[in-house]
Design a protein around this ligand. Structure first.
Ligand SMILES: [Zn+2]
Length: 307
């Protein structure tokens, strides 16, 4: 199921002076992923709407420049693939523009006939960007997220509502890492904490987050000793605003309860968990608030300033 609906970009204009939005999108896209724009789409005398890119490949002795000709085809509204007949003159166009690489930039898919034809042209390099490859680049490259928002406002909003991203609150965003293997944990990973009751006093020795499965078992074996038992919760729960504040409140209550004792390690781990989860339940700062935070010198090295 695709996330971005390419039909949000209007159909190509038939003739006329206005540039097609899909071509402008392709220009912005390639610029964002690191190509230099040598010739932007425009309406030349030949009705040309070509985008020419330069890629600089760094070598040891010198750099090499590769010129790419981009062909944009926006067929999302009809849903049909881009066929051989849609790209009749690839070789001639490449020669005319002094390019050695061909890029098909399509809001649907290239047909297998077209792929075969281009793959058969041994003298040129080629790449195809179909809708899912474009989508993947847009949503996984932080430089492209703004573009996704600009060209796909509806789909982007739906996606961000369903996949909350941490707000920009601190100067560094420190991800959750597994206590055993150090892997960065994603939104759906496990959080686990361990505690035991000793007579009337509950001692909390350790509160760590970890991957499920093997890491979980290894850590349980390591810490599940001396009468300590473990309990766990989904890390994801801490990203829910109401559950987050409940966790903060119960931590406050525990600190005020003489029958509950946190070890120094568990205390630091709990603080770290709450601070790392905070951006997920928070909104971005406004510009005014950012300036205020700067003024107050509240731009902590991660965790340092908030201890
Ligand atoms: Zn792990």
């Amino acid at each position: 199921m695709s996330i971005l609906d390419f039909k949000e970009i209007p159909m190509a204009h038939k003739g006329g002076g206005e540039q097609d939005k899909f071509e402008l999108f392709s220009r912005d896209f390639f610029q964002n992923i690191g190509y230099r724009i040598s010739s932007a789409p425009g309406r030349g005398a030949d009705g040309g709407k070509d985008l020419i890119l330069t890629e600089v490949r760094k070598g040891i002795a010198s750099n090499t420049e590769v010129r790419w000709l981009v062909s944009c085809k926006h067929k999302a509204h009809s849903g049909s693939s881009v066929s051989k007949t849609d790209e009749p003159e690839i070789s001639d166009s490449l020669k005319a523009h002094n390019c050695t690489g061909f890029i098909g930039f399509y809001s649907t898919l290239p047909s297998s006939g077209l792929v075969d034809k281009v793959e058969g042209m041994a003298e040129i390099e080629h790449q195809f960007f179909d809708s899912s490859k474009i989508e993947q680049a847009l949503l996984t490259n932080s430089k492209c997220l703004e573009l996704a928002k600009r060209y796909f406002p509806k789909s982007f909003k739906n996606w961000t509502d369903e996949n909350p991203k941490p707000a920009v609150i601190f100067s560094d965003h420190e991800p959750f890492r597994c206590h055993h293997c150090d892997t960065i944990l994603d939104y759906n990973s496990w959080g686990k904490y361990e505690e035991t009751e000793n007579g009337l006093v509950k001692k909390i020795r350790n509160q760590y987050v970890c991957c499920g499965g093997d890491c979980d078992r290894i850590l349980a074996k390591r810490y599940y000793t001396d009468g300590y038992s473990d309990a766990w919760t989904d890390l994801k729960d801490y990203f829910t605003p109401t559950i987050y504040i409940k966790a903060v409140m119960s931590f406050c209550n525990e600190l005020n309860d003489e029958k509950i004792i946190y070890s120094q390690e568990a205390f630091e781990q709990k603080k770290s968990l709450l601070i790392r989860a905070y951006p997920y339940i928070c909104r971005n700062l406004t510009q005014k608030e950012s300036a205020q935070v700067m003024d107050l010198g509240m731009v902590p090295q991660f965790l340092g300033g908030l201890g």
